[in-house]
Design a protein around this ligand. Structure first.
Ligand code: 6PG
Length: 248
């Protein structure tokens, strides 16, 4: 089902409701594949910001079986926990296991935050890495940003009430503190996320239903509701367990 955009009170976005987690992952992989192919066709390369958490793992496995010019894709992360790259909570580790290693992506196209520098410096250095990927644009425009959403409405590592939500437009990456372990994070900021050409939210499971209702109604107290690309496509891919029936 695709969301009947009601201009009265809903921000513009596309919403698709899939029957279950597996079909959600297959649909997400197909959509992301199309977006990456389009970016490569137009600009010769594509930048792909990966999401952390658990939900994207299935999508990464589906992506790993897609035929596309993967050597033309630069991989970055929307956020990372300040843990060692081989730590079980590392978003980089999860993406390597599910996507990058199976595809044999070369190290020069994998741009992970350097968590060994400590939070503030990691954010500063990562910002330079991201700017170098698209030096002609300020802020740089990522071709595809995949995001998840926590049951508190956070996305990337931008949390409700966090001062990382209100940063100057020039700030692309910030240190943030999560309410759950591991608490120390680095995260892309709203100005950077909103500059993206395509943002895809991936939401699955009944524990997201309550907060998804608030987000779909535009409750901007929730960071996930504030990611609305100014010049890009916003797509919400959710499964039936996460979708609030009264929003149908
Ligand atoms: C993180 C993620 C975070 C995640 C949500 C949803 O580092 O935790 O980037 O934003 O997408 O917490 O996580 P699940 O997919 O595990 O529900």
């Amino acid at each position: 089902m695709v969301d009947p955009v009601n201009p009265a009170h809903r921000p513009h976005r596309r919403l698709e409701v899939l029957p279950d987690g597996e079909t959600l992952a297959r649909r997400a992989a197909r959509l992301i594949g199309t977006m990456l192919r389009e970016a490569i066709a137009v600009r010769g390369r594509a930048s792909f910001a990966l999401a952390g958490g658990n939900t994207p793992r299935l999508t990464y496995s589906e992506l790993a079986s897609l035929e596309l010019q993967w050597a033309a894709v630069d991989f970055v992360w929307g956020d990372e926990r300040m843990v060692a790259p081989d730590h079980e909570a590392s978003n980089v580790r999860m993406a390597r296991e599910a996507l990058l290693d199976p595809l044999g992506i070369e190290a020069k196209h994998i741009h992970a935050p350097d968590v060994t520098l400590g939070s503030p410096q990691t954010a500063r250095v990562y910002e330079r890495v991201l700017r170098a990927l698209d030096p002609r644009e300020d802020p740089p425009r990522l071709d595809v940003v995949l995001l998840g959403m926590g049951s508190d409405g956070h996305t990337a590592s931008l949390f409700p009430g966090g001062d990382e939500l209100d940063v100057p437009a020039s700030s692309l990456v910030v240190h943030s503190v999560a309410p759950v372990e591991p608490t120390a994070r680095v995260s892309m900021t709203l100005p950077l996320l909103q500059a993206a050409r395509n943002v895809v939210f991936l939401v699955s499971g009944p524990d997201k239903r309550k907060v998804l209702r608030r987000v779909l109604r535009g409750d901007t107290q929730l960071p996930a509701a504030r990611v609305r690309p100014a010049r890009g496509e916003l797509v919400w891919l959710v499964d039936e367990q996460a979708f609030p029936e009264d929003e149908a």
